[in-house]
Write a protein that binds this ligand. Structure first.
Ligand code: ADP
Ligand code: MG
Length: 343
């Protein structure tokens, strides 16, 4: 079989199945798919109406019989069937019109996934195309590889992957997880804290996307250069039901998310306390690496550094670490294939 036959027949894929976003990487093509993990389903026919960006636009705007959901919202697979339907559509979009006979898939999954959920995903992917081989890899391991940490050396590395639904904290050495924890507090909870605060303090109701926008624009975990800034927020007055605008400050938002952010820092501290001394020494020397979209919250690195006393880095492309990690595993399977979960 010549080179071109092989290319036309096989299409290996690295997948980051995240609670907020799913990304797909094809060796030689880079990231070919990057969309929110959302599906709109017609309840009458049980058919997929839309997925990804298209389904996101429908959030909160659908007729009664259409359900728009994030099937992984809580960090594990909340609804196996919906996840299956969504993933199948994503793979179809990523592959385009290619006619394929065989391929390998490396997929990053939350480390809390059960074997039943794993099996269901495997079945879903097998249905969606001729797939020879599916490797599941724990998200923190993929994130560490994608962030360029020396996972196959006998040194300790700490990766903290702050996604939408979960924060995964792991210490890795020699391609394996030495110690890890997954908490259900991450970016979405920070967004929720902003919503709760505005409702409680100003009787102001805002939607999920507005709250997320506030977080990204003026949210911070630590004092910043633009602490004097304000932002005008439009929402609905809970009492009158009429539109209302309030002006809030950077400091105010920092205060209202502080308790939630602290829970993320606590998860890191807890793992550090349980890390064997030799590896802890390595982490002190090399620092903590942050990945996932939550790592982009302004000042979070400074807060973590300040509270742990350990230098804290943000990975160059925090939202893409996991999918790049799965891609690297595919491209260097002989060396990194061992990092996948044992079946
Ligand atoms: P997952 O792996 O669970 O799909 P992601 O790594 O894609 O999650 O991260 C999604 C989370 O990152 C969301 O909660 C989103 O609000 C948050 N996020 C993305 N960009 C930023 C930003 N610039 N500032 C703060 N949070 C961000
Ligand atoms: Mg993720």
């Amino acid at each position: 079989m010549g080179f071109f036959d092989r290319v036309s027949e096989s299409q290996d894929m690295g997948i980051d199945l995240g609670t907020a976003n799913t990304l797909i990487y094809i060796p030689g093509k880079n990231i070919v798919f990057d969309e929110p993990s959302i599906i709109a389903i017609d309840d009458d026919t049980n058919k997929t109406i839309a997925t990804g960006k298209e389904a996101q636009k429908m959030l909160g705007r659908t007729p009664k019989n259409v359900r728009t959901v994030r099937p992984l919202k809580d960090g594990v697979i909340t609804d196996v069937k919906e996840t299956e339907m969504m993933l199948r559509d994503f793979i179809k979009k990523a592959r385009g019109n290619n006619n394929l006979t065989r391929s390998r898939i490396v997929i990053g999954v939350p480390s809390g996934i059960t074997s039943v959920e794993e099996k269901a995903l495997k079945d879903a992917m097998e249905i969606s195309g001729a797939i020879d081989n599916i490797d599941f890899i724990d998200e923190p391991v993929a994130a560490a590889i994608g962030a360029g940490l020396p996972v196959d050396e006998p040194v300790g590395s700490m990766i903290v992957d702050i996604g939408g639904g979960t924060t995964e904290v792991a210490v890795l050495s020699l391609q394996g997880i030495v110690i890890s924890d997954s908490v259900r507090i991450a970016g979405d909870e920070v967004t929720e804290a902003i919503k709760r605060y505005l409702k409680r303090t100003y009787n102001l109701i805002i939607g999920e996307r507005t709250a997320e926008q506030i977080k990204m624009e003026i949210g911070s975990a630590y004092p910043t250069d633009n602490d004097q800034e304000n932002m005008e927020i439009r929402g609905l007055n809970i009492v009158s039901g009429l539109p209302k605008t309030v002006t809030i400050s950077v400091e105010e938002i920092r205060e209202c998310i502080a308790d939630t952010v602290e829970l993320i820092v606590d998860a890191i501290k807890k793992i550090l306390e349980q890390t064997p001394p030799e590896l802890a020494g390595d982490i002190i020397d090399r620092g903590i690496m942050l990945a996932g979209g939550g790592a982009l919250l302004k000042g979070l690195d400074s807060l973590i550094a300040n509270e742990t006393g350990i230098i804290t880095h943000i990975a160059p492309n925090p939202l893409k670490c996991v999918v790049y990690g799965t891609g690297k595993v595919l491209e260097d399977y002989d060396r990194l294939g061992r990092t996948s979960r044992k079946k």
